[in-house]
Design a protein. Structure first.
Length: 158
């Protein structure tokens, strides 16, 4: 399923909606103001929440993902990736995953040993618009959370 992530600059509460391909709001992303490190909440229409927390004071960026106060995934940037943006993910439900991105951080794929779970593509627009294709329904919330995290790392100022 395809999702559209369109961030709005200077949002008062640092929040925005993620839409499905039919233009319906399906997730709401909200950042926590005045916090050390990025803290983001991703909520679906039923109120289920994915919490994303950046760990500070690390050599390489690290983000932890939580559902109901239980950590479900850890994302770490690989050291010294040459000409690529690469991350490794340890998850409870999907095992070890990899993120591969191009040098300008506009195209990413999230991969398991079995194949591609999701792709993230930034569109060439004035504001940030991403198309996120999720190929496994069970990976939907985590895949969208990872897309938001990638934006927080590579396209700062949002």
């Amino acid at each position: 399923m395809r999702f559209i992530v369109r961030q709005k600059y200077f949002a008062i509460r640092d929040g925005f909606y993620i839409k499905n391909e039919m233009g319906q709001d399906v997730y709401y992303v909200q950042g926590k103001l005045f916090s050390f490190g990025k803290k983001l909440y991703l909520r679906n229409a039923m109120g289920q929440e994915l919490f994303i927390k950046q760990r500070l004071f690390r050599i390489r960026p690290r983000f932890d993902f939580y559902v109901n106060d239980e950590r479900i995934a850890v994302v770490k940037r690989r050291l010294f990736p040459i000409f690529m943006k690469r991350y490794k993910i340890n998850t409870e439900d999907f095992g070890k995953l990899k993120i591969k991105g191009n040098i300008i951080a506009w195209k990413f794929s999230i991969e398991s040993e079995d194949g591609v779970l999701a792709t993230v593509n930034k569109k060439f627009k004035v504001n940030d618009i991403y198309e996120v294709d999720i190929f496994n329904k069970n990976f939907e919330a985590l895949g969208l959370g990872i897309a938001v995290m990638l934006d927080a790392i590579h396209h700062k100022g949002h």
